[in-house]
Design a protein around this ligand. Sequence first.
Ligand SMILES: [Zn+2]
Length: 301
Amino acid sequence: MNQQTLIKEYSFEGRGLHTGKYAHLTLKPAPAGYGIRFVRTDLGVEIPAIASKVTRTDRSTTISEGEVSVITIEHLMSAMTGLGVDNACIEIDNDEVPILDGSAERYVRAIAPDGLQEQDAERVYLEFAEPFEIRDEKTGSWVRVVPSDKMSFEVTVDFNSKVLGVQSARWSENADYVGQIAPCRTFVFFHELEFLAARGLVKGGDVDNAIVIVEHPASREQIDNMCKLFGQPHLAVTPQGYLSNIKLHFPNECGRHKLLDLIGDMRLMGGFPKAAISAYKPGHTINSLASRAALNKIKIK
Ligand SMILES: [Zn+2]
């Protein structure tokens, strides 16, 4: 199959989840062989979206060129893979990609109906000679890459959470990314949110761009504090253990979001892999270690 790029430009804007900074984002068509690159238009710096540029993986994935970074690139990178975009130039005028609704839905809803531009060059799939695995002995997390004719991703998450239980999700090339994976929003545990908010983190978070999981029966006081923090006076907890402001798109939406993240982080190996990628309890740190390991294991033809 041939390489593909966007048919036209697409613009998005909004606040970043972690910094709260407001950014304008423009996705532009790019020539064959360009790959995905971010351009900080405010500073005139280009950063290729590749694992060797990853500098931070705490709660989101950051790439940097020298002192200049782009934070929280993973949902956009996931959309690029899910849609089958080989080449795109992503212009941004601040530090962090807007969180939008916490998923990749806005990107795919804008781009998918237009289709993509086929380019005059064949796609070069990333191939691996043998399977490999990255493990974190402390957390028990792992990411495994197994050579395969078809690209596929699979996750199992287990946060030791009564609300979430154990969730699994899977996506393979040609399956429905737009309808089944892209709409799945990021999530946060209520107790983490209190902790983060008290430290001035999650500045751009509001209760409309994350699923909030309420693990322990939260006290009225805690919920009142959260209502105040987010300026929404009528929050409650559903019997399933979620903050009441949003309805889940899928019973395993959180597991599917982890899959969305894995697809985005693994795109930092620089293209589309001919591999079955599976992960247990994945997170940005182990995902990025795996994409970096993959960079060194790509078969040179
Ligand atoms: Zn995410």
